[in-house]
Design a protein around this ligand. Structure first.
Ligand code: ZN
Length: 476
């Protein structure tokens, strides 16, 4: 339970936040700080006397963004995980509700480690935050939002970080079932046989080499009224990607446990939304499988008829994500009426080569949606950059023996080709976006030496969903 007190109290542990400018005005209140502290971004300094006063720098005050406060608090929380006491703690120097909210989010998101447990002192029940000026209702809201965000995002991150042998189809299905029960989410999952019957052959082509069952999973959260607009989310959920017969090189192959980054963002978002009981309707599709090598594995040159009847010539079994998503998207489009359909996937190395670890590449067929997503991306600093879906790219994956090849024969633009390929399976959905998060879902993080889950996507989608819900309630 995150405790935020709206009443001021004299406390023994105090956190003071300063911009460089506010520090100049207030530094005379603090002795012995020169030349140790100037209010520079991320700077910390501890003064101990009758109380412990921790100074944190926010940098220059002009143009200070709320997400910067969150990231400074996140880093502070991780750096001080063994140094904070679980006692009442006052926070000074944040003068807007938004800044206070971002500080609390950062403080708690910075407690993540794998596997997550609430061992950081801020989760101790004796830890309590006191802000200078905050209303009781805002304090409650920040506490509930942060708690739900951590719950959702940490669940998703834990799944992404799990080793391959802990990340089986059965285990994740069990988890999703359990969470669905707790949050009144409708759970349905098609195994291999049922997927066959449904005609999910592109998805099954990837699963056929696996020793594990397929689990084409559909989750429905109905927090809104029955006829209210619905959001569709599809997450790539390849639990481990060997590349299949087009096998990957062994260097860094262990990181291919991260090929369910799309699903982990979607799961994190869904759980946070459900925990907050947001008044929206969401349907989620996770085509869960691994991409394994065996005598049954699908082969380059195979021609597969996807769920929507279009045929795909498999030229590379490592381009499996788009096979599973092709069926995920067309299944959603044909069976659910969604007002917006967004898929997230760790899809291509090409997006990483283009943008590195700084932003996700995204594609959309709707200008409004582009603006809404970019707004949320800029606000949460989970950045997105739009790339084109020009028809000229379609030529690159026309096949001689099927409707499409699953990769282009040209050695470039795979990220765009993949987006254009997926567009063939959205069944003319007028409001769709595809987020290629290969570079941002898993990488260098402060809580672990090697690469780990970043939590990318949850805050972005949550912000988008909150705005979506607000827009619709304004219409009614
Ligand atoms: Zn692959």
């Amino acid at each position: 339970m995150i405790k935020i007190n709206h009443k001021q109290k004299k406390t023994k542990q105090n956190i003071h936040l300063f911009t460089e400018e506010s520090w100049v005005k207030l530094k005379s209140d603090f002795k012995w700080t020169e030349p140790y502290f100037y209010g520079k971004k991320g700077e910390t300094f501890v003064l101990a006397g009758d109380s412990v006063d921790i100074l944190i720098g926010l940098g220059k005050s002009d143009d200070l963004k709320s997400f910067e406060i969150q990231s400074i608090a996140n880093k502070f929380s991780n750096d001080f995980k063994d140094k904070l006491k679980p006692i009442s703690t006052s926070v000074f120097g944040l003068f807007s509700d938004e800044f206070m909210e971002e500080f609390v989010k950062g403080l708690y998101l910075g407690t993540y480690k794998y596997p997550f447990e609430k061992s950081h002192p801020v989760w101790n029940e004796k830890f309590e935050l006191h802000f200078e000026i905050i209303s009781e209702s805002k304090a409650k809201e920040i506490s509930a939002t942060t708690e739900a965000l951590c719950y959702g995002q940490f669940s998703g991150m834990d799944w992404l970080n799990k080793p391959a042998n802990f990340k089986t189809v059965d285990k994740i299905s069990e988890f999703l079932q359990k969470e669905s029960k707790i949050h009144k989410i409708k759970y349905k999952s098609l195994n291999r046989k049922e997927s066959q019957k449904a005609g999910l052959r592109a998805f099954l082509a990837v699963n056929q080499g696996s020793s594990q069952e397929a689990a084409f999973t559909i989750l429905e959260y109905n927090g809104g009224e029955k006829n209210e607009p619905k959001i569709g989310l599809v997450g790539k959920c390849v639990l481990f990607d060997t590349g299949g017969i087009s096998i990957k090189p062994s260097d860094n192959l262990h990181y291919m446990k991260s090929d369910m980054g799309g699903a982990s963002a979607v799961i994190g978002t869904l759980l946070a939304v459900a925990q907050l009981k947001l008044p929206v309707n969401i349907v989620v599709i996770l085509p869960i499988t691994d991409n394994a090598v065996s005598e049954r594995a699908y082969l380059p040159s195979d021609v597969i008829t996807a769920y929507n009847g279009k045929t795909i010539e498999v030229l590379n079994t490592d381009a499996e994500g788009r096979m599973t998503l092709a069926d995920g998207l067309s299944y959603m489009s044909k069976n659910y009426e969604t007002d917006v359909m967004i898929d997230l996937a760790t899809l291509t190395g090409s997006s990483v080569r283009m943008f590195g670890y700084t932003c996700a590449a995204y594609f959309s067929n709707n200008e409004e949606l582009k603006k809404e997503l970019e707004n949320s991306a800029d606000k949460t600093n989970q950045r997105l950059w739009n790339l084109p879906l020009w028809d000229v790219w379609e030529e690159d994956f026309k096949s001689d023996v099927a409707d499409f090849k699953n990769i282009s024969s040209k050695p470039f633009g795979d990220c765009i080709v993949a987006g254009k390929f997926l567009e063939q399976f959205i069944e003319n959905h007028p409001n769709w976006a595809h987020l290629d998060i290969a570079g941002v879902a898993f990488g260098n993080v402060n809580y672990t030496k090697e690469k780990g889950a970043t939590g990318y996507g949850v805050q972005l989608l949550l912000d988008y969903i909150k705005n979506f819900s607000k827009r619709n309630s304004n219409k009614n």
